[in-house]
Ligand binder design. Structure first.
Ligand SMILES: *Cc1c(COP(=O)(O)O)cnc(C)c1O
Length: 398
């Protein structure tokens, strides 16, 4: 099937110099060229009639390319400042697609408190393809360097990490990786391109669970990948087409619908998250609070060097698993659920949810205690969010 890498002027080219807020609204496909319609049409078609076999058309089959999905792919590439974007059926489909750039015998260095699903992929699926991983604490560059082997091919970063929000210095790791010819990939789900654009700091591939902040409404499961250069873009295109793990057109459209309000949502989320973190920190019965915006958060200065904000995820330790379980049964505002990044607040319990696949000792070693909960602050009124937590915490002491 034809590869679309050879097309001339990229639709994004006219939009590159605008401010981020403007790019969110005017991204190249916001108006349908043929009718003037105010949103991208949903091309609900699996295939495309070839008018002439002598002249190749831009689209031939929807797994290989579809105008609605393409609009989304160009949109995320523009926002991340990359060359090409790719939309996948889920965040894990995007992440596993990126790992398909590797071959049997290769070695990966990965941040130790990586998303639970990525951990599962690296520890239970890729080893069967003879791809091995060393997990390291990436807050210490010497540990990253010490993990280098003759067969190391890639470094996988996630910062702030999940759920204890540890900070990796992106430029430091990416610069070192480049010296050794290693591919760098970064999961940017927690920050979104509104707060953090890893390609500007030397990262080769940015990955997203668009299910979270980019979609923003807990109604789409999707993944996005952005390649910093054309050659990686061509290779990812081949993988996306070859594996067939594409995002459908309806979900592509819904995702674009959500993404247009990313700035407004992220600003409001963050304002509330900062207040919640400060309130929790002052609370006498909370053992620990993790939020990059707190003055004493470890490596906050590094986070501020590479990010424009602190995000909306606040983790805290209630002191015990029993207390956390009581808390989860008492809260009335947040969803008690896996996931984050939505208009509604979501409270999750990593030990029993996102990190349940991790052996208990490994989990505790990584600071994911039985009392740790993760609060993704939604767009509700912050006074209500705090009042709700206050009553739930008071009740959970009984
Ligand atoms: C949710 C999540 C993923 C996985 O995304 P899915 O869309 O659920 O497949 C990957 N990384 C992070 C940081 C996530 O929060």
């Amino acid at each position: 099937m034809a590869d679309k890498t050879t097309q001339g002027t990229h639709p994004n080219d006219h939009h590159k110099d605008r401010a981020f807020a403007t790019k969110l609204i005017h991204f190249g496909s916001e108006i349908d060229r043929s009718t003037g319609a105010s949103s991208v049409p949903i091309y609900q078609a699996s295939t495309f009639h070839q008018f002439s076999l002598d002249e190749p058309q831009e689209y031939d089959y929807s797994r290989s390319g579809n105008p609605t999905r393409q609009a989304l792919e160009d949109y995320i590439a523009l926002l991340e400042g990359g060359k090409r974007g790719f939309a996948f059926a889920s965040g894990m489909a995007a992440i596993s697609g990126a790992f398909m750039l590797l071959s049997a015998g290769d070695h990966v260095i990965c941040t130790e408190d990586v998303y639970g699903g990525t951990y599962r992929l690296l520890t239970s699926i890729l080893p069967r393809m003879n791809i091995e991983t060393t997990f390291v604490d990436m807050t210490d560059i010497d540990r990253v360097k010490a993990a280098l082997k003759p067969n190391t091919k890639a470094v996988f970063l996630e910062t702030p990490s999940n759920p204890t929000l540890k900070i990796t210095d992106i430029a430091e790791v990416a610069g070192w990786a480049k010296e050794h010819g290693l591919l760098t990939m970064l999961d940017n789900t927690f920050m979104t391109p509104y707060h953090q654009r890893p390609i500007e700091h030397g990262i080769d591939i940015v990955l997203h669970s668009a299910t979270k902040f980019l979609g923003g409404h807990s109604d789409v499961t999707a993944g996005l990948a952005v390649a910093a250069n054309d050659s990686l873009g061509r290779r990812l295109k081949q993988i996306q087409n070859g594996l067939g793990t594409i995002l459908g057109v309806q979900d592509s459209w819904l995702l674009m619908r959500g993404m247009k309000t990313l700035k407004a949502r992220m600003e409001a989320h963050e304002q509330s998250a900062r207040q919640l973190a400060a309130w929790l920190e002052a609370h006498p019965s909370i053992a620990a609070v993790y939020y990059p915006g707190l003055p004493n958060h470890p490596r906050r200065d590094i986070h501020e060097k590479q990010s424009l904000g602190y995000g909306a995820v606040v983790s805290f330790d209630t002191g015990s698993g029993e207390r956390t379980k009581r808390l989860l049964s008492k809260v009335r505002i947040p969803l008690v659920a896996v996931s984050l990044g939505a208009v509604e607040s979501i409270l999750s319990y990593p030990a029993m949810m996102s990190h349940a696949a991790m052996p208990r000792e490994v989990r505790l070693e990584r600071g994911i205690t039985d009392g740790l909960v993760r609060y993704s602050v939604g767009l509700e009124d912050i006074a209500d969010i705090i009042e709700d937590l206050e009553q739930a915490l008071a009740d959970s002491d009984r």
